[in-house]
Design a binder for this molecule. Structure first.
Ligand code: NDP
Length: 333
């Protein structure tokens, strides 16, 4: 493997990204030097946060430079090694996604002990999205006995894990997602009241139908009208874990704020944003608990898979029209 295809950012998207913003390029890999490894990528992830990095604006992660290969999580297999700690065939995790392969210092990859799970689970339920769900629900929202939980973006990578962790802890869960197939999926993972938000004219009423006495926890992946509905449906002392606001990521003008934000005051609501990488101290606990839930079948992993590096931009763009149920992945080999 000396020639690989990779995806570069050709231009910055204005609004919804299009294929024209991306270019498929070919690169030649050098042989690994001392302390280096060569890796063939098997899987790569596409995630909504990458949209923010495509803008030339200051964010919590730096913008992707134009004309250069994008990066992001990937799982690969060592094909050549000049580090005695890595041998051919070892599975590794890296941030060198969006390419079929690479040569890099061995310190920039991490050996993967898949522990009985399929390796791509480490890009989803057992990886960053899973940890995000765990952190937001258990630490930020501080889930407790008797809580009624509302999850937006409930059929996605993060949302589906939030729903399942809450169910594993015996909570009532209301989940919102786009379309009847996603509603059926939510029901299949135990969600008590699944809403197809695309078919609702009054989202607050739809939430209250599933939670007549109101909600105690809101895990928000979407923002906009979902946040407004959650404010309306919240009980006193509700906690809102603000994980994402995907409904605004392609906005070309500032999005209006929720018209009912003052409910934070009267209802004593605590609303807190978070970035998962600030909570890596939870990793050992997360791995232990998550592997238990997965073994017991309490948390299952659903994937939507695009095949081949050429289709990686479409997989990414598809996140914004809801083409995925569960984790959106690209299978590279
Ligand atoms: P998902 O797997 O949930 O994929 C995105 C989903 O968002 C789509 O499937 C679609 O589902 C929904 N969506 C897209 N556009 C809209 C819209 N305009 N209105 C409503 N829903 C929309 O992605 P992830 O699970 O990876 O991420 C979920 C959220 O969590 C994102 O906002 C992301 O930025 C955030 N995040 C935050 C992290 C943190 O550290 N704070 C870490 C990881 C993710 P549907 O068909 O239901 O509309």
């Amino acid at each position: 493997m000396t020639t690989v295809k990779e995806i570069r950012l050709k231009s910055r998207p204005a609004g919804l990204p299009t294929r024209d913003n991306f270019e498929v390029a070919t690169a030649t890999l050098r042989d690994p030097g001392p302390g280096e490894v060569q890796v063939k990528n098997l899987w790569m992830t596409v995630d909504p946060y990458m949209r923010g990095r495509m803008n030339d604006t200051k964010n919590y992660v730096p913008p992707f430079p134009l004309g250069q290969t994008l990066d992001g999580g990937a799982i690969g297999e060592i094909t050549a090694s000049k580090d005695p700690n890595f041998k051919e065939g070892d599975l590794v995790q890296s941030s060198f996604g969006w390419r079929e392969g690479f040569t890099a210092p061995s310190a920039s990859v991490e050996k993967l002990d898949a522990g009985g799970l399929p390796p791509q689970a480490y890009l989803g339920v057992a990886g960053m999205p899973g940890l995000t769900a765990y952190t937001g629900l258990l630490r930020i929202a501080a889930l407790k006995d008797g809580d009624v939980v509302f999850v937006s973006g409930a059929a996605g990578a993060v949302g589906s894990v939030v729903c399942q962790i809450a169910k594993a802890q015996g909570r009532r869960v209301i989940g919102s997602a786009g379309g009847p197939e996603k509603v059926a999926y939510l029901q299949s993972i135990g969600v008590d009241h699944a809403i197809n938000y695309k078919a609702e004219t009054d989202l607050s009423a739809a939430v209250l139908e599933g939670a007549p006495d109101g909600i105690d926890v809101f895990f928000d992946n979407v923002g906009g009208s979902h946040l407004e509905a959650a404010l309306d449906a919240a009980r006193s002392f509700a906690r809102f874990a603000v994980c994402g606001m995907i409904s605004t990521y392609n906005a070309t003008a500032p999005s209006p704020g929720p018209s009912n934000l003052r409910q934070l005051i009267g209802k004593n609501i605590r609303m807190e944003g978070f970035i998962v990488t600030h909570h890596l101290d939870l990793l050992p606990r997360f791995h232990e608990e998550m592997s238990g839930w997965v073994r017991e079948g309490k948390v299952t992993s659903r994937e939507t898979v695009f095949e081949g590096i050429d289709n990686a931009p479409d997989a990414f763009i598809g996140l914004f029209s809801g083409e995925n149920t569960g984790k959106m992945l690209v299978k590279l080999a």
